[in-house]
Structures are given as C-alpha cells and as structure tokens.
Design a protein around this ligand. Structure first.
Ligand code: HEM
Ligand code: HEM
Length: 180
C-alpha cells in the first residue's frame, strides 16, 4: 500500500535534531556531576553546552522554517480522532519546547557577565549583568527542560505503541528511501 510520508528533508532533520536534543538534555542534567560548580572544569563544560545549544537552535530554526513551508502528510484514515488531536498538540508542544530551550538559554546568558564562549570565541554579552533577569530565564530553561523531557517520553511511548501495532506510522518519518 502506498503510504503518505514526511518529505526527505523533514525526515532527516527529525532524526538529526532528535538525537542531538536527547544528548543535549542528558548532558544538561548531568552537568553538575560532570563538572561541579566552582571547579576549574565548570566554565569549559558550560560553554560546550552553550555552544552546542546554539548550533542546535539554528538547526531547529531551519526545521521550523521547513515545516511551515511543507505540509505534513495527511493522517491515516484509520487513526482515531483522539489520537490525531493528541499527536497534533503533542507535536506543537515539542516545537514550542524546541524553540524555548535554546532561546531562554541564549537570552539568559546575555544578562550574565560570563556571557558565552562559542567554541572558544567570546561573544560579549549584549545585555547588562542583571542576576534577577538571568535567574528568570534560567528558571524558564530548567522548567521547560522537564516539560520537554516528559513530552519526549510520551512521544517515544506513542511511537513504540505504533511500532507494535505495525500500522506504518514509523515509516512516515523513517530514513528508509521511498523504494524500501
Ligand atoms: C528529542 C526527540 C524528538 C523530538 C523533539 C521529536 C519531535 C517530533 C515532531 C515535532 C514530529 C512531528 C513532525 C512534524 O509535524 O513536523 C515528530 C514525528 C514523529 N516522531 Fe519524533 N521526535 C523525537 C524523537 C523521536 C523518537 C526517538 C522516535 C521513535 C522512537 C520518534 C518517532 C516519531 C514518529 C513515528 C513520528 C511521525 C508521527 C506522524 O506520523 O505524524 N521521534 N517527532
Ligand atoms: C536545545 C537546546 C538546549 C537544551 C535541550 C538545553 C538543556 C539544558 C538542561 C537539561 C539543563 C539542566 C537543567 C537543570 O539544571 O535541571 C540546562 C542548563 C543550562 N543551560 Fe541549556 N539547553 C539548551 C541550550 C542552551 C543554550 C543555547 C544556552 C546558552 C547559550 C544554555 C545555557 C544553559 C545554562 C547557563 C544552564 C544552567 C547551568 C546552571 O545550572 O548553572 N542552554 N540546559
């Protein structure tokens, strides 16, 4: 049966960004263990997180731009209405978190005297050193990280359920070529 699929770019970006995001989130949550605060290793580790986060943010902007210009495939007719709604709102939630994470990190870091060292190159902060503003954006960053992790867990559970049902949903986003 001919199956409607996401286009090739959308499929590739899904897996590239999805994999990098999972690594970035795990890395983010482990930073205190990898390099505790007030140790010499801390600055380097945080700046690696910031640099990779900025690269991810740019990839995410590309993905969002692509998504807004290319319609997704129609839902399979057999997919119950409630699952279509859950997937629709779940995907919107994932996109919102994909934007808020790098943006809150980037903006917050510009209200701190530490600024950002992008792979070693200092990017002087464009904002003043305002700890309360930094704290606000950092709070948004941390709370969104938990919401994001919960949404990703739900997304993966839904994918596993479709995998077990063998209903072709994974093929819509898989990296396999159209001939496979
Ligand atoms: C950080 C990790 C991930 C994020 C942020 C993410 C995000 C998304 C988003 C936003 C879509 C909708 C695509 C669109 O409308 O543009 C999607 C589709 C999909 N994702 Fe993920 N994803 C992630 C990881 C995964 C993983 C690990 C799996 C499999 C185990 C998976 C399976 C799928 C499937 C099967 C679809 C297609 C759903 C459909 O047919 O509409 N995703 N993903
Ligand atoms: C998609 C991109 C990003 C993801 C998924 C992400 C994820 C995370 C996670 C999971 C944490 C740990 C939260 C906690 O403490 O419980 C964290 C902390 C942090 N992130 Fe990000 N991040 C991203 C991008 C960025 C960017 C672009 C910057 C700055 C340019 C940044 C700066 C920070 C800072 C300063 C912390 C707090 C470190 C501390 O506790 O002092 N992040 N991030």
């Amino acid at each position: 049966m001919e199956q409607a699929r996401y286009d090739k770019v959308a499929r590739r970006l899904h897996w590239l960004i999805g994999t990098l995001l999972i690594v970035q989130i795990v890395f983010g949550f482990c930073m205190d263990e990898i390099a505790p605060r007030n140790t010499p290793a801390r600055a380097g580790v945080i700046n690696n997180h910031k640099s990779f986060g900025i690269v991810l943010g740019l990839l995410i902007l590309w993905r969002l731009y692509w998504r807004l210009r290319h319609s997704p495939p129609a839902w399979p007719a057999a997919l119950p209405r409630w699952q279509q709604l859950a997937a629709h709102w779940g995907h919107i939630g994932l996109y919102v978190c994909m934007l808020v994470m790098p943006l809150s990190g980037y903006v917050g870091s510009n209200f701190s005297k530490h600024g950002i060292k992008f792979f070693g190159t200092p990017l002087p902060p464009w904002g003043p050193d305002l700890p309360t503003v930094y704290k606000f954006f950092n709070g948004v960053h941390v709370v969104t990280a938990f919401v994001f992790a919960a949404l990703i867990a739900g997304h993966i559970l839904a994918a596993i359920q479709h995998m077990m049902a063998r209903d072709g949903t994974l093929h819509r986003i898989s990296l396999a070529s159209d001939k496979d």
